[in-house]
Design a protein around this ligand. Structure first.
Ligand code: AHR
Length: 481
């Protein structure tokens, strides 16, 4: 029996809803075919994203952001220039999906837009004028152009990232150089009346603490809202041969889980650097704006399109990662899974007019009550198997409702978990759900409901405590009263 001790009276931090965010890039079939098809945004995808209560969407990249020029994507669609997507497969970029399409989509989804601005191939003026075009409500040529293009009222823009992976594809910069460039660009991120824009600096890949330190030393006086972090989990650990999304040995399962669990150590490392440099009146957030499992592409698909299936292993990675982000919600204020539709660890996949929900989708749906809840103090006994900790958990409170999520990554062990509430008795459990399947199980277009949530029944209440039986490879969510 493992003990989960919860203190219902001790709120630790606020879980920003943006931790449940997503990322969509002009890459492969994410935008075209995935989000946008036959001249319009797909209703099935919108409905699915609403179902998981998507709180924020990052766009237009990724690497693509550093070659994107927003003027290409406004005005009459038939007159928009066709470019080559040099990042992802040298395919045609028709620019049919641009600023209006993205902001209208976010409005329809009820989510915050998060723009990644081009700083290695775009000018300061280009960035500033994009913000004016989107957010200015008065009389200016840019605002009038927006109106002429069909949008009278400005949109809201809360988040802007200044650059993407500028240590790599975004210009191969040294941290000192990026720091100087960031200082210049951020000066021209203007908050026009009634729209406060929060600035996010380009952070490190994985555990590159030197990047975070050098950049923050240079930019800390500009009071950025946050600095980003990218961390992908690889089944084999080898970028040359990453491993299949659905056909994998136990060793690759454990490696993927291990790599995802490493997120916690990486967050702690960057948090230490941030805390040593931030001003206590202006805390700096960690924005994990790219994360997820990165596998080899599915056979017969374009290698540059990064299309991969999504198994129960992905669901475990999602569940444990979200539990880690919740646990560190004092500093992690946003996270964006890469990438929404048809690319890397997606929540939905499409094939022509067909769409399916992946196991990862169900985890986001199960975890949605954590959005904008208060993290409660809690601790859980654990056990290791093949160098991974089997269990992760989060407990939060909102409107008097205590919500618990648990993941069990073990391939072999079930766990009996006793949840106690600091001497307070619970009487009832509601909305209890479980997602469990064999590690390689996935949803295909032939069998879309192979891995779906079910009602969870294997629990009991004894002397005011909740006793849960958690099977191997499973995710559980429930509320207690
Ligand atoms: O998500 C795919 C790519 O991974 C992004 O474009 C880039 O930022 C990262 O390297």
């Amino acid at each position: 029996m493992k003990k989960l001790c919860i203190n219902p009276d001790k709120k630790v931090s606020h879980i920003n809803k943006e931790i449940y965010g997503h990322f969509s890039e002009h890459l492969g079939r994410c935008i075209y075919d995935g989000i946008y098809r036959n001249g319009e945004v797909r209703k099935d995808v919108i409905d699915a994203l609403k179902e998981i209560k998507i709180p924020v969407l990052r766009w237009p990249g990724g690497c693509f952001a550093e070659e994107y020029h927003w003027r290409d994507g406004i005005g009459k669609k038939s007159e928009r220039p066709v470019r080559i997507n040099c990042c992802w497969g040298m395919v045609e970029e028709t620019n049919e999906f641009g600023t209006h399409e993205f902001f209208d989509l976010c409005e329809e989804l009820g989510c915050e837009p998060y723009l990644a601005a081009n700083m290695s191939g775009g000018t300061v003026w280009e960035m500033q004028s994009w913000i004016e075009y989107i957010t200015f409500d008065g009389n200016s040529s840019l605002a009038n152009e927006r109106k002429k293009n069909g949008r009278e009222k400005p949109w809201k823009l809360k988040y802007i990232g200044v650059g993407n992976e500028n240590w790599g594809g975004g210009g191969n910069m040294r941290p000192e150089f990026y720091g100087d460039e960031y200082r210049k660009y951020q000066t021209f991120v203007k908050s026009y009346p009634d729209n406060q824009v929060l600035k996010i600096a380009c952070g490190a890949g994985d555990g590159d603490y030197n990047w975070t330190r050098k950049v923050l030393e240079s930019i800390k006086k500009t009071n950025p809202y946050g600095i980003s972090l990218h961390h992908y989990s690889l089944p084999t650990g080898d970028w040359g041969k990453k491993g299949s999304a659905t056909q994998f040995p136990d060793s690759e399962y454990y490696h993927t889980i291990w790599d995802a669990m490493r997120t916690e150590e990486i967050i702690n490392g960057h948090a230490e650097v941030i805390h040593s440099l931030e001003n206590e009146n202006n805390p700096i957030a960690l924005i994990v704006d790219e994360w997820g499992v990165w596998c080899d592409v599915e056979k017969g698909t374009n290698p540059a399109f990064l299309y991969q299936q999504n198994s129960m292993r992905d669901a475990i990675v999602a569940a444990l990662s979200l539990n880690i982000f919740n646990k560190h919600s004092d500093i992690v204020k946003m996270a964006n899974l890469a990438q929404t539709v048809n690319v890397l660890q997606s929540v939905v996949l499409t094939d022509g007019d067909e769409m399916l929900k992946t196991p990862t989708f169900y985890v986001f749906k199960m975890y949605a009550p954590h959005q904008d809840a208060e993290l409660l103090e809690s601790s859980l006994e654990n056990e290791t198997e093949n160098e991974i900790e089997c269990l992760t958990h989060s407990v939060s409170e909102k409107d008097g409702n205590i919500f618990i999520t648990l993941s069990n990554a073990s391939l072999e062990k079930s766990f009996e978990i006793e949840c106690s509430f600091d001497g307070k008795d619970i009487n009832d459990v509601i909305n209890e759900e479980i997602l469990t399947a064999e590690k390689q199980a996935y949803n295909s277009f032939e069998n879309k409901d192979n891995v779906v949530t079910k009602q969870f029944t294997d629990y009991r209440i004894e002397n005011g405590k909740l006793i849960i039986n958690m099977p191997p490879v499973s995710v559980i969510s429930l509320s207690v009263k």
